[in-house]
Write a protein that binds this ligand. Structure first.
Ligand SMILES: [Zn+2]
Length: 607
């Protein structure tokens, strides 16, 4: 046995890299709520076991009370009425809510290990002074009774969405804020992005028995409820009485969402060697498309498991609700009135968030682009696979959107906190498009095969943790054996752009001199391809000195590695032993994975 183990250790690739003194907090929730569907209110009890794995002693804790955002003159309302390009789902709608339509959480009691606590509430943040500190390595029990009113759906969460789904219950409970190496993250809720510690959710929802409840957890009392067996009359007999309690558990999550509607249909499909897929939707004009979704999503999950890491949960829930598409652990809320392509597109995108948000739980406020961007990149690839498109068609759109952002003059560094972008436009293009390009362009720098390994290593090493950009860079550097910090220094922390050009081409005897120019400041390694008049191609690779390594050849073309081009040097003379008369064309990066903002000067045609 020992021999076998030794053999395995010696031959298996080492992909685990040191995580230094990494730690993360643990929070285990037990919640019971009873919903009053007439008044759209619920009473809840929450027991929270908080384990402090940090080296710090905590004297305070913070909770998010997200429903408080849906009140006139609150920060979300005023932000939406002040920003130049408000989300058309929000606009000035919050300012017009009446007392029965707003959302709120009222804290009725709050105690720590039996001692009552003092606290204050400011907008969506509950600030709690602890009765005794939580020392490193210890667990405390926090108990809370609360009463909440579910707002009319304005953004993400709420009642009565535009397609008639009764309850889309995201951000519905007092949620402990994240504490990490940078301290507390009790950001007021103004628009977007979530970040929370890992733990177990044990949630019991009592609601009128005519509702079907779907959630981001596994139903524990299936037999009692007859969930999925609504046609079985023997089960009906057990369900006399007005209310039913639905008991869900999610063993490892950083959030919990649920949705309820009397008209939900429940369809199940099994991914071979993968999760069980659940679909909850109501019978309406889009039902035809929903019925086609399971088969397509099975194919998508097979592809996603192979390319981005194995989905680690037993189930995934696609639930009609919300106001577009939004990701939650093991689940998504999507609007359902869509054509088939849009329905597949949004479902695949939200499902891929299971990888880049549900399992790799970055702080989205700072690393929105590691969530939305990586998800967009992965969904472009998955959609191309499903549609059968050649050459990365959907990903090209990410480049176009990034180029438009640059030319708009509204670009802000990707490192900007998600809430603090000047415009929604700049946020979206940075997080989704420039974020997606960050990965496909990394494929240009390290090579596609290496990029695939990086993504798998990143997922395996950081699943169920909170990686940040430095963690990703470390995985990328170790996997590729390259220095890559320069790439992120430019791409994330600045708005500097890339523009390379072929400045001049001259014959030098039987050779050719190609004068290259770096017009914009951001440096890159250069792939250059010469096409000869006889149709054959020659590939030249010009390394970037600070990378300290060369990528492997990516195709069957003969490749020559040239001398380094240093970032300090604005120009470069490339001598090739090819007669200019034999040259048909010269092109920098024909793959177009380098986000060169002016491609008109990237090629040279020899007449
Ligand atoms: Zn997304």
């Amino acid at each position: 046995m020992i021999k076998v183990l030794l053999y395995l250790t010696m031959t298996m690739p080492i992909i685990a890299f040191s995580q230094g003194n990494y730690w993360q907090q643990e929070v285990n929730y037990k919640m019971e709520i009873e919903v009053d569907v007439e008044r759209h209110k619920f009473n809840g009890h929450q027991t929270l076991y908080y384990t402090n794995n940090s080296p710090d002693t905590l004297f305070k804790v913070y909770y998010h009370l997200y429903f408080n955002a849906f009140q006139p003159d609150g920060m979300m309302d005023v932000r939406s009425r002040s920003i130049q390009d408000p989300d058309d789902r929000v606009m000035d709608r919050i300012s017009k809510l009446n007392d029965h339509e707003i959302g709120y959480h009222i804290i009725k009691t709050l105690s720590q290990d039996g001692t009552e606590l003092s606290y204050k509430i400011e907008y969506t943040v509950l600030e709690v002074q602890l009765a005794h500190p939580i020392f490193p390595g210890t667990t405390t029990e926090l108990n809370m009774d609360f009463k909440s009113q579910i707002p009319i759906q304005i953004r993400r969460s709420g009642r009565d969405n535009k397609e008639g789904i009764s309850y889309s219950m995201a951000q519905w409970y007092p949620k402990i804020a994240a504490y990490d190496a940078r301290g507390w993250h009790a950001d007021p809720y103004v628009a977007r992005e979530f970040y929370a510690p890992w733990g177990q959710f044990d949630v019991s929802i009592t609601i009128n028995r005519n509702y079907v409840v779907a959630a981001s957890g596994t139903l524990e009392n299936n037999n009692e409820i007859g969930y999925g067996y609504q046609d079985d009359p023997s089960i009906d007999k057990k369900n006399k009485g007005k209310m039913l309690t639905w008991h869900f558990i999610n063993e490892k999550a950083h959030d919990f969402m649920w949705a309820a509607d009397p008209d939900y249909i429940h369809q199940i499909a099994q991914v071979p060697k993968g999760p069980k897929l659940h679909f909850f939707y109501q019978q309406d004009r889009a039902t035809r498309n929903w019925k086609k979704l399971p088969e397509i999503l099975i194919a998508a999950f097979k592809y996603m498991n192979a390319h981005f890491g194995t989905y680690p949960f037993s189930d995934f829930y696609v639930i009609q609700g919300g106001d577009g598409g939004m990701e939650y652990p093991m689940s998504t809320l999507i609007t359902g009135h869509r054509d088939l392509l849009s329905l597949v597109g949004v479902t695949v995108h939200e499902a891929l968030h299971s990888w880049y948000q549900g399992v790799l739980a970055t702080n989205e406020s700072y690393y929105h682009w590691m969530d939305e961007g990586y998800t967009s990149y992965a969904s472009s690839l998955t959609m191309d696979y499903l549609i059968g498109a050649e050459n990365d068609r959907s990903n090209a759109e990410n480049y176009v959107n990034y180029f438009n952002l640059v030319s708009s003059g509204q670009e802000e560094p990707m490192s900007t906190h998600a809430d603090y972008f000047e415009t929604n436009f700049a946020y979206k293009r940075a997080a989704y498009s420039k974020g997606a390009v960050s990965l496909s362009q990394l494929g240009y720098i390290v090579g596609e095969t290496c990029l695939k390994e990086i993504l798998l290593n990143y997922f395996d090493q950081w699943k169920f943790k909170h990686p940040d950009i430095n963690d990703f860079i470390k995985v990328a550097e170790k996997t590729s054996s390259m220095e890559l910090d320069w790439y992120y220094d430019y791409w994330i922390y600045s708005t500097k752009t890339i523009d390379y050009a072929i400045q001049d081409v001259q014959p030098v005897g039987k050779s050719t001199q190609i004068k290259l120019q770096r017009i914009d400041p951001m440096p890159m390694p250069i792939d250059l391809v010469i096409t000869l008049k006889n149709g054959s191609k020659k590939c030249y690779y010009i390394p970037l000195g600070i990378m300290r390594a060369n990528k492997k050849s990516e195709n069957a073309m003969a490749r020559q590695i040239m001398k380094d081009w240093h970032w300090t040097h604005p120009s470069y003379d490339l001598f090739v032993k090819v007669n200019l008369d034999n040259i048909k064309s010269i092109e920098i990066d024909p793959s177009q994975r380098m986000a060169d903002i002016d491609r008109s000067n990237n090629s040279y045609l020899h007449e």
